[in-house]
Design a protein around this ligand. Structure first.
Ligand code: G6P
Length: 608
């Protein structure tokens, strides 16, 4: 989705802005632009397509100015084009704005401005902001922006500059994040800390309805009532190296390989071997409240939803508490029943997904306790929940989520263990789960060591246009996630199904051109899944099996077998998902797809 970077300080802004935008590329975009303030003049340069197009447009032009704003746009109102790219300008060229989010009442504002003679240059909702600020400006940009905000409805993060106030940036957030990086005599304002980390570790996460006025290295934050407020300066908590690809060809591959370390970080300090349980202080619930939970609802989108589905199986199995997992986009507009002692978990890597945020607000409105399972520290979901558990997976840049999934499942396992030990899990069993969890990172490493073999297997499937993914029990959601990975990055159609449901429809599709990927750990349903494989084979379908079975029997049924180490049944998703991530990655690379920036997708979906 859209990205914002703004700079004011002693250095020439353009290089800093472009580098910042590069760090936000992973979010997905279709055009980009910058506006530089050089004394009393604003210069705006924009281009459709990738950042290289913007750099080409900048080539040979004077790039002066120590203050500027920049943006990567992911089209919502109006097609991707140069004229719809941000920054947008007022008619007199004195005010420029970059904007993330959606101005819901823009059509009404636009009609009013047009009636007053304003001529619009773009089809965007954003342009109304530039014209409104110009109209309302008297002698203070901060005041003009504050007055403009009063007219806007919707969710947004904006930054405005003016030719009339050199060195001044005004930023405001309502529903879309803005982070202020505080350097030595310079400030960077961005929608994501990744664009700041190279310059400073010191950041301030703006709160809802905050506005920040920046002048050189000085800043002042005001709240909705425009009263000055103090916001804590925090440490970003990750390094510039962590948002660089290093020696890997793609972020996605790097993040797949980071999973052992990421899981270690998710587990750190959270396993209590003495009592065979988990220590999750961040939930902010006392023992009595944890024991009293009668029902759990998990709300999430995309990969986080599938992690939530694994959580459903885990919590019901270990703790015996009924769990429902619901798409946040559905939950927010239904009239969900939230009885007393129901706990809602909002699962989100970015902590900024608009639907998940809206769903959690709806749950809170109805009086539920809402807890977060987030990766991004300081994110909106993390801040608006009553407590929660951070993944500590480190920044995830690849659009296709990988390490966040394994860490979400790890954290959900810890929650299931904690709740289970208060109910039906014995100390012995709890200890067994703790020890099995400790072994997971090493076992993931063993799977990663098979990367070359998995690439060879991928070559056998690169020309197929449709795939079926099957799994059961704990690994049904893993089949869904495996299919999603393939769809997202290789644009190949893939459907995930519970294995036994195949006979109720998808079996009609099976032929030599439609391979089936089967996730089949040697659990209680192993033999039943083998029967499903026989059914595929009998219809001439090719089979790729991912299993922990050492038995050669499978080799006679499946065309290809990827073996993973054995673990306890509830933990099998943590291992069986890894070959599916690698399979999707290699198929996408072999098909020549842009793995880290798949078409039409965004890493963090901050609009409905
Ligand atoms: C987008 C991303 C997915 C992600 C989903 C939910 O669709 O492309 O990878 O799973 O959003 O994101 P969240 O940050 O809430 O986990």
């Amino acid at each position: 989705m859209c990205g914002i970077v703004a700079y004011t300080g002693k250095c020439q802004a353009v290089g800093i802005l472009i580098e910042g935008l590069r760090k936000l590329e992973y979010r997905g975009y279709d055009s980009a632009g910058v506006c530089l303030q050089d004394g009393g003049k604003l210069t705006t340069i924009r281009a459709k397509g990738r950042l290289s197009e913007l750099e080409a447009a900048l080539h040979g032009r004077p790039k002066l100015g120590t203050t500027g704003i920049a943006h990567t746009r992911w089209a919502t109102h109006g097609a991707p084009s140069e004229k719809n790219a941000h920054p947008h300008m007022s008619m007199n060229g004195e005010f420029a704005v970059v904007h993330n989010g959606i101005i819901e009442n823009y059509a009404l504002i636009k009609a009013g401005l047009q009636a007053e003679g304003v001529v619009f240059q773009s089809e965007t909702d954003t342009e109304v902001i530039a014209h409104l600020v110009a109209k309302l400006y008297k002698d203070s940009l901060a005041q003009a922006v504050a007055d403009t905000l009063a007219h806007l409805e919707g969710a947004f993060g904006i930054v405005v500059i003016s030719a009339r106030e050199p060195g001044v940036l005004i930023g405001a957030r309502r529903g879309s994040p803005l982070v202020l990086g505080v350097g030595e005599s310079e400030c960077i304002l961005a929608s994501d800390a990744s664009a700041i980390v190279e310059h400073t570790q010191k950041v301030v996460y703006l709160d809802e309805n905050d506005m920040v006025e920046i002048n050189g290295g000085e800043y002042r934050i005001t709240n909705q009532a425009r009263a000055e407020v103090r916001r804590e300066i925090q440490n970003i908590g990750f390094s510039a190296d962590q948002v660089a690809k290093g020696s890997f060809e793609h972020f996605m591959l790097k993040e797949i390989f980071e999973q052992p370390e990421a899981v270690i970080n998710s587990l750190r300090g959270r396993l209590l071997l003495d009592s065979g349980t988990a220590n999750l202080q961040g939930l902010n619930l006392v023992q009595q409240e944890l024991r009293g939970i009668k029902r759990i609802i998990i709300i999430a989108c995309g990969t986080s939803f599938y992690a939530g589905k694994v959580g459903e199986y885990l919590i019901e199995e270990l703790a015996g508490i009924p769990v429902e997992v619901e798409y946040a986009s559905e939950f927010r507009y239904r009239n969900p029943i939230l009885e007393e002692k129901t706990i809602v978990f909002a699962v989100s890597q970015s902590g900024e997904t608009a639907d998940t945020l809206a769903a959690l607000r709806e749950a809170k409105r109805k009086g539920a306790t809402v807890l977060g399972i987030c990766n991004a520290v300081g994110s909106s979901i993390a801040r608006e929940t009553d407590g929660g558990v951070y993944l500590h997976a480190g920044p995830e840049i690849g659009v296709a989520s990988t390490k966040a999934f394994t860490c979400q499942v790890t954290v959900l396992t810890l929650i299931a263990l904690l709740l289970g030990r208060m109910r039906r899990v014995s100390a012995d069993e709890g200890l067994r789960i703790c020890k099995a969890l400790q072994a997971i990172p090493g076992q993931i490493r063993e799977i990663l060591a098979q990367n070359d073999q998995i690439r060879e297997i991928a070559k056998q499937y690169v020309d197929n246009r449709n795939f079926l993914y099957l799994g059961r029990g704990f690994n049904y959601p893993v089949a869904l996630e495996g299919a999603l990975k393939l769809k997202e990055i290789s644009y190949v159609h893939a459907e995930g199904y519970p294995a036994a449901e195949m006979k109720h429809g998808p079996i009609a599709l099976i032929d030599a051109d439609m391979p089936t990927v089967v996730v089949c750990p040697t659990d209680a349903l192993f033999d039943k899944v083998i029967s499903n494989m026989q059914e595929v084979k009998a219809r001439g379908g090719r089979i790729l099996a991912v299993t922990d079975s050492e038995n050669g029997h499978l080799d006679g049924i499946a065309d290809h077998v990827i073996r993973v180490p054995k673990t306890l049944a509830p933990l099998t998703p943590l291992l069986h998902v890894v070959p599916l991530q690698l399979l999707a990655y290699h198929i996408a690379v072999l098909r020549g797809c842009d793995v880290d920036m798949p078409r039409n997708l965004a890493k963090s979906v901050t609009v409905e």
